[in-house]
Write a protein that binds this ligand. Structure first.
Ligand code: SF4
Length: 257
């Protein structure tokens, strides 16, 4: 999840930092022609999975959970389109800088299943290449608002998640707050799917995190502040109160219509 607050301008900016060329066997199958509509990217993020992570937020979500903090990611025509190879180049650079994993969030990633599958396949291949060259293991974590059954009975969604090491699944339900780490409501499930996923996430399945759970980011030359993470109930309201006490008035918040 991510949120945006700001005193002016559009809330629907994207944080992608550039398009680089990437090569190698990782892109030979499928990724080269694929593209994704994204809301943004960032590295390092410490609040959406273990360690320092490269995060890609995909654009577009029709699930419209009441209380969603990322309403700026709902419009499927918002954000910007990017070739998957340019996102993989950023992933490769993040790995070289010591990333512990890739997190894909949104928006609803599974509403772009073909591009998502290509992104995860390319990311897994680059990760495996780096591992063979002596880098640390890096996991692939995917957030989705779809329930497990909605994934399992849909072949394109099942194919898209095939290479994810772990999933966080389920709608955000505002009436079911939780302190479970990396989850926004008590119904959401953290599902390790691979050996690496089980090794990395087993200790976190029931772990709670009493916060603060948001990382803030103000990019150079921009007026909007990005909030990265899954807040505890009340955390966003507390942030608004702190800003108000400091004399900062917000014109826009991505969790308000
Ligand atoms: S699935 Fe996620 S992005 Fe979509 S409305 Fe629900 S909380 Fe928001």
């Amino acid at each position: 999840m991510d949120g945006v607050i700001g005193p002016g301008g559009s809330a629907e900016r994207n944080g992608t930092t550039g398009e680089l060329e990437t090569g190698g066997a990782a892109l030979a199958k499928g990724a080269a022609g694929a593209s994704l509509r994204i809301s943004g990217t960032h590295f390092p993020v410490r609040t959406l999975g273990p360690g320092r992570r490269f995060v890609v937020w995909l654009q577009g979500c029709a699930l419209a959970c009441p209380g969603c903090m990322s309403r700026h990611t709902w419009d499927p025509l918002g954000g910007s389109g990017h070739p998957v190879p340019s996102l993989l180049a950023l992933w490769r650079a993040a790995l070289a800088a010591g990333a512990d994993g890739l997190t894909v969030s949104g928006g609803e990633p599974l509403d772009q299943p073909a591009g998502l599958g290509a992104l995860l396949a390319g990311a897994a291949a680059i990760r495996d290449e780096a591992l063979a060259a002596g880098s640390r293991a890096a996991d692939l974590l995917l957030y989705t608002g779809y329930e497990d059954e909605e994934i399992d009975r849909n072949p394109s969604r099942t194919a898209a998640v095939r290479l994810a090491d772990a999933l966080v699944t389920g709608r955000f339900r505002i009436a079911e707050p939780t302190a479970l780490v990396w989850r926004g409501s008590a119904n959401q499930r953290l599902r390790p799917r691979t050996e690496l996923g089980r090794a990395r996430y087993a200790a976190h399945l029931e772990r709670t995190d009493e916060g603060p759970r948001l990382q803030t980011h103000l990019a150079e030359g921009e007026s909007d502040v990005r909030l990265y993470g899954v807040p505890l109930r009340g955390e966003l309201a507390a942030l608004e109160r702190r800003l108000a006490r400091a004399g900062i008035r917000l014109d826009r918040r991505s969790w308000r219509p």
